[in-house]
Design a protein around this ligand. Structure first.
Ligand code: CO
Length: 132
C-alpha cells in the first residue's frame, strides 16, 4: 500500500484554564504560543510542533462543546484533526461507508480553513476533524 496523503494537522486538548495548561508547553518544551480566533465558544491557543499543532481549548461559554466535554469527561484530548487532500471527497467516502457526520457540509475553522467533524460514535470514541 502506498503511504497515505493524509497528515495530522492538530490535536485539540480541552482544558479548564489555558494559562495553567500553557505553562508546561511553554516553560518545559519551549513552544511559542499563538492565540487564534475563538471558535465554537472556546478560546484557542495553538502551539506548533513540527507540522502538527497542539491546540489548547478553553470554554468561554457554559453551553459550548468544550464546556460540555469538560463536564462529562474532564480535561484531555478533545479531537484529532487530519489534513486530507480533498475534503469533499473524504466526506463523500464517509457518507458512503456509513460514518456519522457532525458537519454535513464543510464550515470555516479557527484558521479560516474548511473543516468538518465526524461523530465520535462512529470513530472509536475520538472526535475527528477533517481539513484540507
Ligand atoms: Co480543531
Amino acid at each position: 500500500m502506498p503511504p497515505t496523503d493524509c497528515t495530522i494537522a492538530h490535536i485539540g486538548i480541552a482544558v479548564p484554564d489555558i494559562d495553567a495548561a500553557l505553562a508546561f508547553y511553554r516553560d518545559v518544551l519551549g513552544a511559542v504560543p499563538e492565540t487564534l480566533e475563538p471558535t465554537d465558544g472556546a478560546a484557542i491557543v495553538s502551539l506548533p510542533f513540527g507540522d502538527v499543532d497542539v491546540e489548547l481549548l478553553e470554554p468561554r461559554t457554559a453551553d459550548s462543546p468544550i464546556a460540555r466535554f469538560l463536564a462529562k469527561r474532564g480535561p484531555g484530548i478533545h479531537h484529532v484533526c487530519y489534513r486530507v487532500p480533498d475534503l469533499d471527497g473524504a466526506l463523500a467516502r464517509c457518507r458512503r461507508l456509513g460514518y456519522q457526520l457532525v458537519d454535513e457540509v464543510p464550515r470555516r475553522g479557527a484558521h479560516g480553513e474548511r473543516i468538518a467533524f465526524l461523530h465520535p460514535k462512529s470513530t472509536s470514541g475520538i472526535l475527528i476533524e477533517l481539513t484540507e
